[in-house]
Write a protein that binds this ligand. Structure first.
Ligand SMILES: C[S@@+](CC[C@H](N)C(=O)[O-])C[C@H]1O[C@@H](n2cnc3c(N)ncnc32)[C@H](O)[C@@H]1O
Length: 296
């Protein structure tokens, strides 16, 4: 369940649809980005998930349904919008979410009452952008994030969504983080999360993609949980800037079977797979500069 707790109208419009389990978070994120106040995911048979999304505005719900129908992820057409009474989702959304441990980070939906050391907390209230720590791609990127790759370093988070990876990098000691997302609607959510985590002095947020970057800007760590096409393109566009600083790239957003093609493009930029983690549907990979490239 993901919810924007700041808006509570008296009437709801529900849009419901079915997707492959692997695509559930991405589809829910579309509904949330299009004004959904909350979503709920339930198992719907082998490998499938049924998602309900609630809106307070019928026209917005209709637009979201149209965008969902066109996104190519759904099994058939979405149902609705249907006007509904409170179906218990509001109460459910206020229920505490169990903290998620990933690598050196503990993702919590509120500030922890006690120290979680040696982990660092990342506080993310349910929000309207992808990146709660529940999705395997986000968890995978966090698992591959090592303090020594971050401490005192400059980080680029491409496709920041909720800002979770940027906040984690700042919490692990990054000197400076630039977080980009080409969907301007998520930047406000990310900005709230960055402030909530006391990271505003070190994390800069920008609506856009690599074309916004100063050509001379270098960085030590790239985090890019986007999609296969963007990860492949990042190899040629961002790889050389990382290579100059002997940097590290942590990427995700593609299936394990796509790794050979992705790795081939990163190899052209001088990087090799250093570590990987994931499940049947998703993989996260850390690329490091190869010794041959190092010696150049
Ligand atoms: C899967 S979400 C990841 C969010 C968060 N970083 C995480 O790890 O949970 C991908 C995000 O990347 C953004 N995105 C996709 N392609 C992009 C690109 N080429 N440049 C910048 N942002 C992009 C999307 O808008 C979306 O918010």
């Amino acid at each position: 369940m993901a919810t924007d707790r700041t808006r509570w109208p008296g009437r709801w419009y529900r849009v419901r649809f079915r997707v492959a389990r692997a695509a559930a978070d991405a589809a829910a994120a579309i509904a949330l980005a299009d004004g959904g106040l909350g979503t709920e995911q339930r198992p719907a048979g082998p490998g499938r998930t049924r998602i309900s999304a609630w809106f307070d505005d019928e026209a917005q719900a209709r637009r979201a349904a149209e965008r969902l129908a066109a996104c190519g992820l759904l099994d058939g057409a979405p149902e609705g919008p249907v006007a509904v009474e409170d179906e218990g989702w509001l109460a459910a959304s206020l229920a505490p979410r169990e903290p998620i441990r990933a690598g050196h980070v503990l993702v919590c939906d509120r500030a922890p009452e006690q120290s979680v050391a040696p982990l660092v907390p990342v506080i993310l209230p349910p929000g309207r952008a992808f990146g709660t720590g529940e999705h395997p791609t986000t968890r995978g990127c966090l698992e591959l994030l090592e303090p020594e790759d971050v401490d005192g370093r400059t980080v680029l988070d491409l496709g920041c969504g909720s800002g979770i990876l940027a906040i984690a990098a700042a919490a692990l000691g990054a000197r400076r983080v630039l977080a980009l997302d080409n969907d301007p609607r998520v930047i406000d959510v990310a900005a709230d999360n960055v402030r909530l985590n006391g990271a505003a002095a070190r994390v800069a947020l920008l609506a856009g993609t690599w074309s916004c970057l100063d050509p001379s800007a270098g960085f030590d760590l790239l985090m890019a949980n986007v999609h296969r096409t963007a990860v492949v393109r990042a190899a040629s566009v961002l790889g050389p800037r990382l290579a100059r600083r002997r940097g590290v790239a942590i990427v995700s957003g593609f299936a394990p079977g796509e790794l050979p093609a992705v790795a081939a493009r990163w190899a052209e930029a001088g990087f090799a797979v250093d570590r990987e983690t994931g499940d049947r549907d998703w993989i996260a990979v850390r690329f490091r500069i190869t010794e041959t490239t190092d010696a150049r």
